[in-house]
Design a protein around this ligand. Structure first.
Ligand SMILES: *[C@@H]1O[C@H](CO)[C@@H](O)[C@H](O)[C@H]1NC(C)=O
Ligand SMILES: *[C@@H]1O[C@H](CO)[C@@H](O)[C@H](O)[C@H]1NC(C)=O
Ligand SMILES: *[C@@H]1O[C@H](CO)[C@@H](O)[C@H](O)[C@H]1NC(C)=O
Ligand SMILES: *[C@@H]1O[C@H](CO)[C@@H](O)[C@H](O)[C@H]1NC(C)=O
Ligand SMILES: *[C@@H]1O[C@H](CO)[C@@H](O)[C@H](O)[C@H]1NC(C)=O
Ligand SMILES: *[C@@H]1O[C@H](CO)[C@@H](O)[C@H](O)[C@H]1NC(C)=O
Length: 280
């Protein structure tokens, strides 16, 4: 009796070990394959069941660490995949790089993505994901450097939770249907070098607080959005700024002379109703 008990115990331990190692990543990738299909149901053909527990590490687009856990998933050069991201993606919790850009993926982002707390690169640009962007999934992603969701069908307010990301350098939320105003609190993302909010349905004033983003080199807010008022005077203190695009978004008034202080600026796109430019 005792013997049988310990045998069962060892078996359970073994199963647990298997579940904690690459085995579950293997299963997860096969699950992903059934959720993302190429033309005529093809796509990810080389992702196949195998007796080897680390075979998934040689799947196209997959990179593993020494424990056969998936650290990078990059499907950007695969044939066009349609479908959705399944909730089980949360099990790939060693992922550092996730690039699923330029496909035809839709649906909402699963909240289980909150488990991906090692992510540095999160790139789902050029798809058709819908609904709110669930900012809360990023709360544990303390290493995140790149968040690129450009050109999807996200709507609702711009996510506020992003202000907790202390390592975020590149934030592209452009080309969606986000509405409401630009959060003043985005000025707290001090690490930002690139902020893309262009091509949305935003309104209200462009917050002058953004002038606190001292590392910002590229700022895109133009097109389709209809703001009130003009270019904040304070933008003259964005000392790292190289590109400023505020074109075609109902900005009015004069171009603040303070922009003349932007010594690194090489591209300025403004198209305004009544304008005068008096660089100081
Ligand atoms: C993630 O991608 C970056 C940029 O391509 C690369 O330098 C880094 O080594 C990648 N990390 C992993 C774990 O694959
Ligand atoms: C993803 O793969 C593409 C094409 O192979 C490559 O250009 C890109 O640098 C990769 N991205 C990352 C983050 O490694
Ligand atoms: C894109 O996905 C939708 C379903 O979400 C499908 O109806 C459509 O045919 C797909 N388009 C292409 C070009 O595969
Ligand atoms: C996201 O992926 C697309 C396609 O691979 C690439 O063009 C784009 O530069 C990537 N975004 C970032 C911020 O690296
Ligand atoms: C995304 O938005 C475009 C343009 O409005 C629309 O034609 C398309 O049906 C939308 N796709 C999804 C999946 O919502
Ligand atoms: C465009 O700007 C003007 C002047 O600031 C403002 O009165 C108007 O409401 C704005 N239009 C829209 C559609 O927001």
């Amino acid at each position: 009796m005792k013997m049988r008990f310990s045998l069962a115990f060892i078996l359970i331990l073994l199963l647990l070990a298997a579940a904690c190692s690459g085995y579950s990543d293997f299963e997860m990738l096969l699950k992903l394959k059934t959720s993302m299909l190429g033309p005529y149901g093809h796509g990810l053909e080389d992702w196949m069941l195998s007796p080897s527990s680390s075979a998934h590490c040689s799947f196209s687009g997959v990179t593993c660490n020494e424990d056969s856990r998936v650290v990078s998933l990059n499907l950007s050069s695969h044939c066009l995949l349609s479908g959705f991201i399944p909730p089980e993606i949360g099990l790939l919790n060693k992922l550092v790089n996730l690039t699923l850009s330029s496909h035809n993926l839709s649906g909402r982002l699963p909240l289980e993505m909150a488990e991906l707390t090692s992510l540095r690169i999160f790139n789902i640009s050029n798809n058709v994901f819908v609904g709110d962007f669930p900012g809360e999934i990023t709360l544990g992603m303390t290493q995140l450097e790149i968040l690129d969701i450009y050109n999807n069908n996200f709507s609702g307010p711009l996510p506020l939770d992003l202000v907790h990301l202390k390592n975020l350098k590149h934030l592209h939320l452009g080309g969606n249907y986000f509405s409401g105003s630009i959060p003043e609190s985005y000025s707290q993302i001090q690490s930002l070098e690139y902020l893309g909010l262009n091509g949305n349905e935003l309104s209200g004033k462009v917050p002058s607080s953004l002038a606190k983003l001292k590392n910002l080199r590229n700022l895109y807010v133009g097109y389709y959005s209809t703001y009130e008022g003009g270019i904040p005077q304070d933008f003259g203190s964005l000392s790292s700024l190289e590109v400023l695009d505020m074109a075609s978004c109902n900005l009015t008034g004069e171009i603040p002379p303070s922009l003349g202080k932007l010594k690194r600026l090489h591209s300025l796109f403004l198209q305004m109703k009544s304008l005068g430019f008096y660089p100081s």
